[in-house]
Ligand binder design. Structure first.
Ligand SMILES: Cc1cc2nc3c(=O)[nH]c(=O)nc-3n(C[C@H](O)[C@H](O)[C@H](O)COP(=O)(O)OP(=O)(O)OC[C@H]3O[C@@H](n4cnc5c(N)ncnc54)[C@H](O)[C@@H]3O)c2cc1C
Length: 394
């Protein structure tokens, strides 16, 4: 019998499988469509890796630890998983999320710079910053090549002795509070000692009683804009990743010959990750054009060269769900990435393996519990994001 079945090979499940295999467990990793596929939340080209989390040292610490794992994975598999592009935060207020993040990172010894608009303009003249209070630069932040790195994690898990199969799976038989097996799409069963369901936006559908009200799945549009011919100012390494929190936009410099990525960060409409079509709204494209033209004047009128529709699976307070299923002693639910879970994949995997070893959540880890009342986040990394049209006016 297998020690562990992990259902879902996104960043959370693939890293859980890999960390468990490294600890000596036998692991079956299963995914309905493959690792890093187009419908998965981990399936975009890139994801930003940053340590700033306002006053929260816990996520900052997880992010820093995970960064080391992404770098080490790249060395192991011989491909660039993490690119140290840096990250810029555009601060509109002196006392907001960005200012608090700087204090937190300094306390933790994480490299961070607080720059006046003039200092930022001197370093990145391609960015218009005159409307900002200040700019924060995290030099050791950057981006993970998301979809191909998740595929690399799953491949690494297989190389180290795990099995990886493309198949859907659902909970199977149980004996009281112990799940005995999962049922695959073709009716076969896999028995195991423990089970992890890391099913991203599919988690509420698979466990409606437990996660149905806890995780909300919304459509999120992503645009890639083409810079002028021969203009490398909007690509890695000239431009860092950037986040304009109060304006609800973020972006990633062009990489791999794709355009410069920009995404409006407000929550979209409810979305079915299996069956809904992935067409971006005209409104998102209009907003992206308007914001880009304002913040990066040389990109005014830059054409849309590619689009992607992703989905957020968000909890009310944007803390992840990492907890034992209330009805089963040997089943864990892992998900609720809430728009910031990708980078943490290695830390999540390490934490889940501790839970499998019998660790009981304590201190800041209690945020992940299913049965904890969660308040809708008002500020910080999880605040409900609404685009102020003032920022998108050309
Ligand atoms: C537009 C956008 C931008 C984002 N930007 C960032 C960012 O910059 N930085 C960051 O850290 N995070 C970011 N995030 C969040 C991050 O991408 C997610 O938190 C993370 O990818 C979620 O990973 P996951 O493993 O939980 O889910 P997924 O990647 O969706 O993986 C779940 C997997 O489970 C499989 N599955 C589901 N049900 C079954 C079943 N029954 N049987 C078999 N397999 C099944 C699916 O096929 C899928 O592969 C962003 C998200 C979006 C949408």
């Amino acid at each position: 019998m297998t020690d562990l079945v992990v259902v879902g090979a996104g960043t959370m499940g693939a890293w859980t499988a890999l960390q468990a295999i490294r600890e000596g467990r036998s692991v079956s990793l299963l995914d309905a469509y493959g690792a890093g596929h187009a419908r998965a939340t981990s399936g975009d080209e890139t994801r930003i890796t940053r340590a700033s989390h306002g006053p929260d040292e816990f996520y900052a610490g997880w992010s820093r630890a995970a960064r080391e794992d992404w770098i080490a994975l790249g060395d192991e598999v011989g491909q660039d998983c993490f690119l140290e592009a840096g990250a810029l935060w555009f601060a509109h207020r002196d006392d907001g999320f960005e200012a608090i993040s700087v204090e937190t990172l300094r306390r933790m010894g994480v490299p961070v710079e607080r720059l006046s608009p003039g200092e930022a303009a001197a370093r990145w003249p391609q960015i218009a910053v005159e409307d900002l209070a200040f700019v924060v630069f995290e030099p050791e932040a950057g981006l993970v090549m998301a979809r191909r790195s998740v595929a690399a994690v799953a491949a690494r898990a297989r190389d180290l002795g795990g099995s990886f199969e493309i198949t859907s799976a659902r909970p199977g038989n149980a004996d009281g509070a112990r799940m005995l097996d999962v049922v695959l799409g073709d009716g076969r069963r896999i028995a195991a000692d423990q089970f992890v369901f890391a099913c991203g936006p599919w988690l509420p559908g698979l466990f409606p009683d437990v996660a149905g009200d806890l995780i909300r799945v919304t459509k999120q549009d992503v645009c890639f804009m083409g810079p002028p011919a021969g203009d490398t100012r909007f690509a890695v390494p000239s431009l860092p990743c950037w986040i304009d929190y109060d304006a609800s936009f973020y972006g990633v410099p062009a990489v791999d010959g794709r355009g410069t990525k920009i995404a409006p960060d407000e929550y979209g409409v409810p979305f079915d990750p299996s069956s809904d079509e992935r067409l971006v709204d005209e409104r998102s494209v209009r907003q992206a054009h308007a914001y880009l033209g304002r913040r990066f004047p040389a990109l005014a009128g830059a054409p849309l060269v590619e689009t992607r529709v992703c989905q957020y699976e968000t909890t009310p307070d944007t803390n992840f769900v990492i907890d034992r299923h209330p009805a089963f002693d040997n089943v864990w639910l892992v998900g609720g990435g809430s728009g910031h879970g990708f980078k943490h994949g290695p830390s999540i995997g390490r934490y889940v393996t501790r839970l499998l070893d019998g660790h009981v959540a304590e201190g800041p880890e209690l945020r992940f519990r299913i049965d904890r009342p969660r308040e809708v986040a008002a500020t910080g990394a999880g605040a409900r994001r609404i685009i102020d049209e003032a920022y998108t006016r050309q």
